[in-house]
Unconditional design. Structure first.
Lengths: 253, 304
């Protein structure tokens, strides 16, 4: 139903029957130009890698956004949201996909060194006011929240690796950039592992030129608040009028 | 199927919210109330941040009250002059309400304001309805008509004008003040205020009951439009998608409710509604007292 968008991450890779030295992807930045769609944008990533007993992890990090958290404290028996943490550099989207379960690919210490995974994702400095809670605790809650809401994703086993000609493996994966996706650059990092060890790396970027449908609504609300309010009233009023007209017609006929 | 609410920043099941709209719409059609005072708490229970629930509900009521007013206008059951006086007071009141709302939002107390207002109002209305319906069933053993007492000092105020449709010749000041008070609560609670304004019209202004609902709905269209625009332009908390889903469900429910209302026993229905209102009020209060599952939660994202 919605447009499938193919991003040729690599243009044409050499299929000579010999093992490529490492991962091959297109190093150029790719633009995605799509019309806003209710469902979002489907993105396909693919490329070539050495075949054999190798695993791949792909990480996608979206443009930064603002987020505020509130901390409730008990005062005079009431739970009130008094503490506050304001973030300015939280990735609006994060997705880590892998060809196997992450724990089967390598140890956590290896991922930590590569700064890979939700745990290692930097959220930037938060401005904490009226609270003694450390940023670490706010970070943990924010990450949990983002995972629950599907803004951060862990897609284990979501990359398929097929053997191509010779010793080349072709990997591919697809994921949905939701309709609330932010406009801007999405950094894509590719990591190849063998026997629990990191062996090669590549990166490129996707430039989402047009924000998703929901994002367009929230951008309008933020940038043109008066216009948005008037539109909201007109839409609600017209729908109300339309409904009353429909029901009146139904009663007559 | 999932819908994403752009301002509340959450995915919802639109069918569930449509059904919620139908249920509250049926109740409001049956009892002739706007339904905002039930819908906003329910939205909060379902995880919509209180500030967004209030602003979006105001937006929802714009459509539902317009839909209702059209019917009353055809039956000539709207006192437009009275509606305009109430409205003039209401606009000033909603400015004050939004000012209070935004000042408390700055210091993190807006949830307390919303929850406490709801608790107080729902408890008061619930008890009043319970009393009145039990009374009409004869439980208190006195058939009194003395509720319609005469406020001589109110009638003695200056600036008298004629409200032809209501058959009244009274001062502008009482309706203006009533409108003002309703405007404040309308912006704080995301309600039309029918549940405050209708009793006020009957007991204080002594308007004939046949024009009360239409006139109340008429002024609610404009008050909630105004409140929607104020919320949108001062704190960007109107979720248009949420409002439209609720409106669609509410309109269907209202039609069911109007048909049901003739067939059911009014007093027992009001007892049921009053108990529902009291329960919602209590749950609302418990949100403030019981330790939340998540002490830390998100309050705003894009709309900072």
């Amino acid at each position: 139903m919605f447009k499938k968008l193919l991003i040729p991450i690599f243009s044409i890779f050499i299929l000579m029957g010999q093992m490529p030295p490492n991962i091959i992807i297109d190093e150029n930045e790719r633009d995605i130009r799509i019309k806003p769609n209710i469902a979002g944008t489907e993105v396909v990533l693919y490329g070539a890698m050495p075949s054999g007993k190798k695993d791949i992890i792909i990480e996608v990090v979206g443009p930064a956004r603002n987020i505020s958290l509130e901390e409730k404290r008990r005062i005079y028996g009431f739970w009130l949201g008094l503490g506050r943490a304001d973030y300015f550099q939280v990735p609006s989207y994060y997705n880590i996909m892998s060809s196997k379960k992450l724990s089967e690919i390598a140890d956590q210490s290896v991922f930590d060194k590569l700064r890979l995974g939700v745990i290692n994702l930097p959220l930037g400095n938060a401005k904490i006011s009226n609270s003694n809670t450390s940023q670490n605790i706010f970070n943990k809650n924010l990450k949990k929240y983002m995972l629950d809401k599907g803004q951060f994703k862990i897609g284990e086993n979501e990359i398929s690796v097929k053997s191509g000609p010779g010793k080349v493996g072709i990997f591919s994966t697809e994921f949905l950039l939701p309709s609330n996706s932010y406009q801007g650059k999405y950094f894509v990092r590719y990591f190849i592992f063998q026997n629990g060890e990191f062996i090669s790396y590549a990166e490129n970027k996707i430039d989402l030129k047009q924000a998703g449908f929901s994002r367009v609504i929230s951008l309008t609300a933020t940038n043109f608040p008066l216009l948005y309010g008037i539109l909201a009233v007109i839409l609600s009023g017209s729908l109300g009028w339309l409904i009353s007209t429909i029901f009146r017609r139904l009663k007559i006929s | 199927m999932e819908f994403y609410l752009p301002i509340a920043e959450m995915s919802i099941n639109p069918i569930g919210f449509l059904i919620l709209g139908i249920i509250v719409g049926t109740l409001s059609g049956t009892f002739g109330v706007g339904g905002g005072f039930l819908m906003t708490p329910l939205l909060i229970f379902l995880g919509i941040p209180p500030a967004i629930a209030v602003a979006s509900e105001a937006n929802h009521i714009v459509g539902s009250s317009l839909s209702g007013t059209i019917g009353h206008l055809r039956r000539k059951a709207v006192d437009i002059r009275m509606g305009n006086v109430l409205l003039a007071g209401g606009i000033l009141g909603s400015f004050l309400g939004i000012y209070i709302f935004n000042s408390l939002k700055q210091v993190g107390l807006v949830d307390l304001l919303i929850t406490a207002s709801y608790f107080l109002f729902l408890t008061a209305i619930g008890l009043f309805m319970l009393y009145e319906s039990l009374d009409s069933l004869g439980y208190f053993g006195h058939k009194k008509r003395s509720r319609y007492y005469h406020h001589s000092w109110i009638m003695g105020l200056p600036l008298k004008i004629r409200f032809r449709r209501s058959g009244l010749y009274i001062s502008l000041i009482p309706p203006y003040i009533i409108g003002f008070i309703v405007g404040i609560f309308s912006s704080i609670m995301g309600v039309g205020g029918g549940f405050i304004i209708i009793p006020a019209m009957i007991y204080i202004l002594r308007m004939p009951t046949n024009v009360v609902v239409g006139t109340s709905l008429y002024q609610i269209i404009f008050i909630t439009s105004f409140v929607t625009i104020l919320h949108a332009s001062t704190n960007q908390s109107v979720d248009i998608i949420l409002a439209l889903i609720l409106l669609l469900g509410g309109a269907i429910g209202a039609q069911i409710g109007v048909r049901l209302s003739g067939k059911l026993n009014g007093a027992w229905l009001r007892i049921a509604l009053s108990i529902l209102v009291l329960v919602v009020g209590l749950i609302m209060a418990s949100e403030l007292i019981i330790k939340p599952d998540n002490v830390i939660k998100i309050i705003s994202g894009s709309n900072l």
